[in-house]
Ligand binder design. Structure first.
Ligand SMILES: NC(=O)c1ccc[n+]([C@@H]2O[C@H](COP(=O)([O-])OP(=O)(O)OC[C@H]3O[C@@H](n4cnc5c(N)ncnc54)[C@H](O)[C@@H]3O)[C@@H](O)[C@H]2O)c1
Length: 250
């Protein structure tokens, strides 16, 4: 037995000490969990959200770790650019911000709801990549986009606009992986199954939706995101990793 540090320990081979990691949608849910796990792996974390992410920042700082928070809407290109200008070197970007939409049935869709879901989930991801990449290309880095099992299998209960938005995120991952590899920027996605966060409250999901027979906890997604964001995932790009309790395989 050696006493070498674990894979993602700050001083281990996947550690992120000295790195700057930006997380959108970090005020709660999977984003908040991811921000905390990135900080535990050694990164200095920049938490962005349309609502004030003070609580996440305080939780990270309470562990003696580094975090900064910004209230920024991912649909606002200039606000994103302004925020990221404060961080000349971004090593890791996690795009987590998204909404679920109001309706699940195509017969009930309305323009405003569809526009909001596509604006935040698709254009918001696009604008976030656009704003962050100039801060990553010189030295390389990692991007992880949070997609969904919905984008792979046509949804569990979500509406068609949410399903389409997540399919688009998966496609964007592949576009970015192809075009940014030359800069040493590796881009992957995760496709979570149903996760116990405020997003799904009251939506009628039940634990039997997957073979593991339970919903995921946010940190079970966060740990996979952190692995993909870490130096340990050095030969992965363009992949969408399933984290869905076996709900969809292959
Ligand atoms: N919960 C699930 O079952 C589930 C399953 C698959 C994928 N996902 C995906 O995981 C990610 C996180 O979801 P969650 O479950 O933690 O949801 P959540 O609703 O708990 O968190 C989403 C966060 O995004 C923020 N946000 C929303 N609009 C924004 C905007 N315009 N600009 C900046 N921030 C904005 C919210 O304020 C919130 O803090 C999303 O991309 C979601 O689509 C969730």
């Amino acid at each position: 037995m050696t006493d070498s540090p674990g894979l993602l320990h700050p001083s281990g081979p996947g550690g992120m000490t000295g790195q700057c990691a930006v997380v959108t949608g970090g005020a709660r849910g999977i984003g908040a969990s991811t921000a905390l796990e990135l900080a535990r792996s050694g990164a200095s974390v920049v938490v962005c959200d349309v609502v004030d992410p003070t609580q996440t920042v305080a939780q990270i700082r309470a562990e003696g770790l580094s975090a900064h928070g910004h209230a920024v809407d991912v649909t606002d290109r200039s606000a994103l650019a302004e925020t990221f200008a404060g961080y000349p070197q971004i090593d890791v970007l996690v795009t987590c911000a998204a909404i679920y939409g109001e309706t699940a049935d195509i017969d009930d869709l309305d323009d405003t709801d569809v526009a909001s879901v596509l604006d935040i989930n698709v254009k918001g991801t696009l604008w976030t990549l656009q704003a962050a990449l100039p801060h990553m290309r010189e030295h390389g880095g990692r991007i992880v986009c949070v997609g969904s099992v919905a984008g792979k299998v046509g949804g569990v209960r979500a509406g068609p606009h949410y399903v389409a938005s997540k399919g688009a995120v998966h496609a964007l991952v592949k576009w970015a992986a192809k075009t940014q590899a030359q800069y040493g920027v590796l881009v992957n996605g995760v496709a979570p199954g149903v996760v116990d966060t405020p997003m799904i409250v009251g939506k009628g999901y039940t634990p039997d939706y997957c073979p593991l027979g339970r919903l995921a906890e946010p940190e079970e997604i966060a740990r996979v995101v952190v692995f993909l964001a870490s130096p340990a995932a050095s030969y992965m790009t363009g992949t969408i990793v399933d984290v869905n309790g076996g709900a969809a395989m292959g």
